[in-house]
Design a binder for this molecule. Structure first.
Ligand SMILES: [Zn+2]
Length: 421
């Protein structure tokens, strides 16, 4: 039986080990409801300044605007610099998916620029973070722990990918627990540095909460030992939240893989895949027993006679873009392939066609490279500027893999992506 070879391509970013990611919604905040205020006239030297406040929002909102648009929504960030509220919120009005960022939070002495970015990513996470969600009227919103997990696994890593991360962390005092784990989980220095930045951002916001509530300081080496019986939707205790940020930063699943909108084990590190490190913390999350185990024991020998369904964008099998910075939301659904747990997404070199249409191995001639995506149904955000070598017409195709990396289906007919000025 063919085992899929990992031929890696330089244009594709992170290949993850194969096997398998609100605001506080409706009146709830990044922090629980509180009466804390830091009015603008009380401005101290601490916190971040108005220029940093705006720069961080510009950068992250700019990255996420097209992802919201791909869901038929408009990201609206309300910049409430002069308001002393120490919080942030997410809410929705029709297609306007709103995030409210307050100056009071930005002016607190414990907040760092990265901590502020984490808060913004948490609020975006309420809109995009997938399951688990709140119940009832706030059912559109990922719950608090999940918004934290999205912020750490997806949003911050996406936002900081191109930064001078090693320089940035060289100016921070990184606790050894954080440094050691980040170095153990990630293979290159930039990814390790982003992991450390994520942990330190989490330390900033959780220390802020500790100061405001006069509690004990959170730390990486004192995880919350609680195990909940049912998933907690509201704000976890702050040490538990730090644990989530810490482990979210350790999860090596590709940040381009969207977290499952119905299945929590898509796009995430998770226990059914044997990944304790990097998974949601048990101090707020109760894994449910009924989610399909992506790695069933003793899978039968797979057939390879079926042609996989072609990926789509907006329901179409071709897409034209003139903006390389526009993320392309590629919808993949191979869920009908029995015992499949992952998908290979292969791209052709520009202006070529695959030389082995509907084959079961990578194209030996015209392949640009491939990524392995865990889960069989979801959205992969392709970033042409980062992942493709230039203008041209590209073919993209998918096939299914089982838990042992064996090929289960033939490559789909190609999806065509045209990048033209
Ligand atoms: Zn929240």
């Amino acid at each position: 039986m063919t085992h899929y070879l990992r031929l890696l391509l330089s244009f594709f970013i992170t290949l993850t080990p194969f096997v398998e990611t609100v605001a506080c919604v409706g009146g709830k905040g990044f922090f629980p409801k509180n009466n804390w205020r830091i009015p603008i006239e009380q401005k101290s030297r601490s916190g971040i300044n108005e220029q940093q406040f705006n720069q961080i929002i510009d950068k992250i909102a700019g990255i996420y605007r097209p992802i919201f648009q791909s869901k038929g929504a408009q990201l609206v960030v309300q910049r409430l610099w002069s308001d002393g509220t120490v919080n942030a919120f997410a809410t929705r009005q029709g297609n306007n998916w709103i995030v409210q960022m307050y100056g009071g939070l930005a002016r607190h002495g414990e907040i760092t620029p990265d901590g502020f970015a984490l808060v913004l990513c948490h609020e975006i996470g309420h809109h995009l973070g997938g399951v688990p969600r709140y119940a009832g009227a706030n059912g559109w919103a990922s719950n608090e722990g999940q918004s934290d997990y999205f912020a750490a696994t997806k949003c911050l890593r996406r936002a900081w990918q191109a930064d001078q991360n090693e320089d940035i962390i060289s100016k921070m005092g990184i606790p050894s627990e954080l440094r050691n784990k980040c170095e153990a989980e990630w293979g290159n220095a930039n990814d390790q540095a982003i992991c450390m930045r994520i942990g330190m951002a989490g330390l900033s916001t959780t220390r802020m909460f500790a100061v405001l509530s006069a509690g004990r300081m959170p730390a990486f080496n004192s995880p919350d030992p609680t195990q909940v019986n049912t998933t907690l939707d509201s704000h976890p205790p702050y040490q538990c939240r730090l644990d989530t940020y810490f482990h979210g930063g350790l999860c090596t699943v590709d940040y381009n893989e969207e977290i499952g909108q119905n299945n929590p084990n898509i796009g995430t590190c998770n226990r059914p895949n044997g990944e304790e490190t990097g998974s949601r913390r048990l101090c707020w999350y109760k894994p449910s027993g009924d989610n399909t185990n992506p790695n069933p024991p003793n899978p039968p020998t797979p057939p390879t006679d079926g042609i996989s369904p072609t990926p789509t964008v907006n329901g179409q099998t071709s897409f034209v873009s003139s903006n390389p910075n526009q993320l392309i939301p590629i919808a993949i659904n191979l869920s009908q392939v029995s015992v499949a747990v992952a998908v290979v997404l292969e791209a052709s070199k520009p202006n070529t066609s695959f030389s082995n249409p509907n084959g079961t191995t990578a194209d030996p001639v015209n392949s640009l490279g491939h990524v392995i995506i865990r889960g069989t149904q979801g959205t992969y955000y392709l970033s042409p500027a980062n992942q493709l070598p230039g203008w041209g017409s590209y073919q993209l195709r998918v096939l299914a893999l089982d838990a042992n990396g064996r090929v289960l289906s033939r490559f789909s007919n190609p999806f065509t992506l045209v990048l033209q000025r």
